[in-house]
Design a protein around this ligand. Structure first.
Ligand SMILES: CC(C)(COP(=O)(O)OP(=O)(O)OC[C@H]1O[C@@H](n2cnc3c(N)ncnc32)[C@H](O)[C@@H]1OP(=O)(O)O)[C@@H](O)C(=O)NCCC(=O)NCCS
Length: 213
């Protein structure tokens, strides 16, 4: 990245506001605006920042060198929005809140978001457009897939694998080495002690299947 990078935040909802607040605090980033699919929001403000319109504004020459952070909580919507940005020819910026701790050598995919007080320890990899939310702990050697979400206060033991677009809910804990499959959902407060199949919804302590197989 150049010394100062212009960024646009995509998403004016609650998660968008959290990511905007983080981006405004990152040295070397200049937030030039917010976009949202709801074109009626155009001209309003999110925190201190103007909502410029919908994704079509990105085709204007003034945004040519901008990077975008897709700050939409729902993974399917986040993926669709990222595809629209890529079609407009723009790249993505990852956001790491200044109070987050990233160990040396952690790999961070494009558009990933690591929010206040989160920890990602050594050997970790965070996928493209993934979220490590407020106060989450991702211990050593974890792999968090593209579009996955480790929600506030969730804790992953060493070597946990979280599949693409999976959600580890608020305050859930995952035993070291466990795999959470693609698009699986781990409920709020769960204690996961064995692998979770793709698409399954689990909850409780120890976690049991609530939906799926
Ligand atoms: C697990 C979860 C996805 C289930 O949601 P849902 O599909 O709407 O399910 P319901 O609320 O209809 O509950 C279905 C059953 O599961 C139980 N259940 C729901 N969430 C549970 C949880 N976290 N732990 C244990 N049991 C749970 C309910 O009590 C209910 O049981 P019953 O059928 O015996 O009455 C949801 O409760 C959850 O925890 N989501 C994570 C949210 C999150 O962390 N988001 C991040 C925001 S930043």
């Amino acid at each position: 990245m150049p010394e100062s990078q212009d960024v646009v935040i995509y998403g004016a909802g609650g998660h968008g506001r959290v990511v905007l607040d983080a981006a405004l605090r990152v040295p070397g980033l200049r937030v030039v605006g917010v976009i949202d699919d709801a074109s009626t929001l155009r001209g309003q403000r999110l925190l201190t920042t103007e909502i410029l319109g919908d994704v079509s504004v990105l085709s204007e020459p003034r945004f040519r060198l901008c990077r975008v952070v897709v700050a939409i909580g729902d993974p399917a919507s986040r993926e669709a929005a990222a595809a629209r940005v890529a079609a407009a020819g723009l790249g993505f910026a990852a956001i790491v809140h200044p109070t987050a701790f990233l160990a040396y050598g952690v790999s961070l995919g494009e558009g990933a978001m690591v929010l206040p007080m989160a920890v990602v320890h050594t050997g970790g990899s965070i996928g493209a457009h993934a979220i490590v939310n407020t106060g989450a702990i991702v211990e050593h050697d974890c792999r968090v897939g593209d579009y996955a979400h480790v929600a506030p206060g969730a804790r992953l033991g060493g070597g946990v694998i979280v599949g693409r677009a999976a959600l580890v809910g608020i305050g859930a804990s995952i035993l070291p080495g466990v795999r959470v499959g693609e698009c699986a959902v781990v409920g709020v407060g769960a204690a996961v002690i064995s692998d979770v199949r793709a698409g399954a919804v689990v909850g409780g302590s120890p976690a049991r299947i609530l939906k799926g197989s």
